[in-house]
Ligand binder design. Structure first.
Ligand SMILES: *Cc1c(COP(=O)(O)O)cnc(C)c1O
Length: 393
């Protein structure tokens, strides 16, 4: 007799034996710089809520008001009956924030990549990817019949060669890349990619999930950071990170938006955001436009935290952004450091193989605009104590 679900138990058991299973922590209350996790008061260093907007009074208020005026659900997918005035308001504001002609909101960033990438290239075309691109891009690429080419991480010389080769063989060429890479916090050479793409008439697509609200003037993202806002064919991003809410987005030309909303199956076949989400998204952009202190605090905290970690003797890698890896090396040591710092009141998760190379295990800390100097000093003291105990520094 077949055991129809036996593989679930077996595969799970294998993950547990290898230590690759997720042990879920429980957040009791809001995701805030100081929060409660598994019954313990801790300093949060692993949330993507970079600007602490998820707790901003204007976002909370906007969400509550939208429930009163519009209810808690949109009732449908957008192409049928779920296209609310609140959704359109966000898209208009987002396009103005990103300095693009138009924009479109998706249910999530994952849905934007998985829904749009496969529509942009097909048989006879090629998608060219950075080797370290996010899984949602990779899944989007897998849904196409297009050929694929990979270039080594941020290697513009190699990209140029790949583009020249692609230029001879293919009709459409799409270059797709993360803007800020989430494991190391380094920034893609988007200005150079745009120039190289222009030479052969290739399309460019950047996933700016960790750049929006973080880099560029007022946190406008990677286009603004390099002074090429509106020139990249597709700027994709998310409301689930620095914007503090949830939802995916693309910004670009009206042609792009007309095409994307008629073609992306993840957009067409999935219910739209509830009113309170759309209202909070709108408020998040408005806060970024009117309260520059959040982005400034984020960078001040980042500089201070990195400088202090470095002076203690930690290796913080190549990051150029608030993503601050604390490099450890071996997986078990990275896990031990995370457990010990948690006991000392700091919540930061280890990143180990297979997410990064076997000898590149680390704790990935993410800075937050809402952390005070005292919070940072407490977190640093915990890292110093645990780092010494474990012979890392
Ligand atoms: C988080 C992330 C996504 C997914 O965004 P969601 O809106 O959370 O689905 C996509 N790409 C990158 C690079 C990310 O870091």
């Amino acid at each position: 007799m077949r055991d129809p679900s036996g593989f679930m138990r077996e595969e799970y058991q294998t993950l547990v034996e290898k230590g690759f299973d997720w042990k879920l922590r429980v957040l009791e209350g809001p995701s805030a710089p100081r929060c409660r996790v598994d019954g313990k008061d801790v300093i949060m260093l692993c949330s993507n809520n970079y600007l602490n907007l998820s707790n901003h009074p204007r976002l909370r208020q906007a969400a509550k008001e939208a429930i009163d005026t519009h209810g808690v659900g949109s009732g449908s997918v957008r192409p049928i009956a779920g296209n609310m005035d609140l959704h359109l308001k966000v898209e208009k504001k987002l396009a103005s924030f990103k300095r693009t002609e138009s924009s479109l909101i998706y249910q999530t960033g994952f849905a934007a990549n998985a829904g749009l990438v496969p529509q942009l290239a097909g048989k006879g075309d090629v998608i060219i990817s950075d080797e370290l691109n996010h899984g949602s891009i990779i899944d989007g690429v897998r849904l196409t019949k297009s050929d694929r080419m990979i270039f080594p991480h941020r290697d513009m010389g190699e990209l140029e060669k790949v583009l020249k080769e692609a230029d001879k063989k293919y009709k459409r060429i799409l270059v797709v890349t993360d803007g800020v890479f989430s494991m190391d916090g380094d920034i893609q050479h988007m200005d150079k990619i745009q120039d190289l793409a222009n030479e052969v008439g290739a399309m460019t697509f950047v996933d700016d999930a960790h750049g929006e609200g973080v880099i560029g003037p007022d946190g406008r993202g990677i286009g603004a950071h390099f002074g090429i806002a509106g020139k990249i064919d597709v700027e994709m991003g998310t409301f689930s990170k620095a914007f503090g809410v949830v939802g995916g987005l693309i910004a670009g030309s009206q042609d792009l938006v007309n095409f994307a909303l008629n073609k992306s199956r993840t957009w067409l076949l999935s219910g739209s955001h509830p009113p309170q989400v759309a209202a909070a998204q709108f408020a998040a952009i408005d806060v970024l436009e009117t309260e520059p202190e959040h982005v400034n605090n984020l960078w001040d905290n980042t500089k201070y935290f990195k400088k202090e970690l470095d002076s203690m003797g930690f290796d913080t890698g190549q990051s150029e952004t608030p993503i601050t890896p604390v490099m450890v090396g071996e997986s078990h040591k990275a896990k031990a450091l995370s457990e010990r710092t948690f006991e000392l009141g700091v919540f930061a998760l280890p990143i180990v193989f297979p997410m990064v190379a076997r000898d590149k295990a680390r704790i990935r800390t993410m800075m937050n605009a809402g952390l005070t100097k005292d919070d940072l000093n407490d977190a640093l003291a915990a890292f110093e104590k645990a780092g010494k105990e474990l012979d890392i520094i």
